[in-house]
Design a protein around this ligand. Structure first.
Ligand SMILES: [Fe+2]
Length: 209
């Protein structure tokens, strides 16, 4: 469900790319929009800076949707499954902070990770700093993506074993407990409760950087 990757990117180049075009992005797709995180997604043909990473990782023949994801400080994303049971590859492109994801309640900090976000309930807990990642949302089986990365030596097995010892026998399946997350309205309801608690940031406080 979680594997560290030993894949490195040029973070500054990617951050500059994000800042050069982030206005083409939008708030995440919730209705009404929740001012928690901002996405800039890409449709093919991808710009070389993105396509080169897709090729490097051996994902070029897969259904891959890359996106930058900028999550504002002091925001929390409640437990959910990603849409379409997709699989994520998340790359941190911030220099001094490390993002993390909570999978079934366990915190996994990462620089670069393969995460089964479509089958494992997860949340992103509040931290006082912003997070900027380049995420590849992949609509393919977990094992197919794992194998592509493993063939290229990008699965960091030693680091993964320390936090997730069973990763080599992992089966990508939704548990009965997690089926509730599949309801379309589940996350929306969670977020609107969160809104009512007054925890979301004030619109006037929204500032990138
Ligand atoms: Fe997610």
């Amino acid at each position: 469900m979680f594997c560290h990757l030993n894949y490195q990117v040029n973070k500054k180049e990617l951050r500059d790319h994000f800042w050069s075009g982030y206005e083409k992005g939008r708030w995440h797709r919730f209705r009404p929009p929740q001012m928690i995180w901002w996405k800039w997604t890409f449709d093919p043909p991808f710009e070389p800076i993105i396509q080169n990473i897709v090729n490097d990782m051996g994902l070029q023949d897969m259904n891959v949707k890359p996106r930058y994801s900028y999550q504002f400080p002091n925001t929390r994303l409640p437990e959910h499954l990603d849409f379409d049971n997709l699989i994520g590859i998340n790359l941190n492109i911030m220099e001094e902070t490390t993002p993390d994801i909570h999978l079934r309640g366990v915190c996994f900090p990462y620089e670069a990770a393969l995460v089964d976000v479509g089958h494992v309930g997860h949340s992103v807990e509040s931290v006082p700093y912003n997070r900027l990642i380049l995420k590849f949302a992949i609509r393919e089986p977990f094992s197919k993506i794992y194998n592509a990365l493993e063939t290229r030596g990008f699965i960091d097995k030693d680091a993964t074993r320390e936090v997730n010892p069973d990763f080599e026998t992992y089966k990508s399946e939704i548990t009965d407990f997690e089926k509730k997350y599949q309801s379309n309205k589940y996350l929306r309801n969670q977020l609107s409760q969160y809104d009512r608690q007054g925890n979301t940031i004030n619109k006037s406080e929204i500032k990138f950087r």
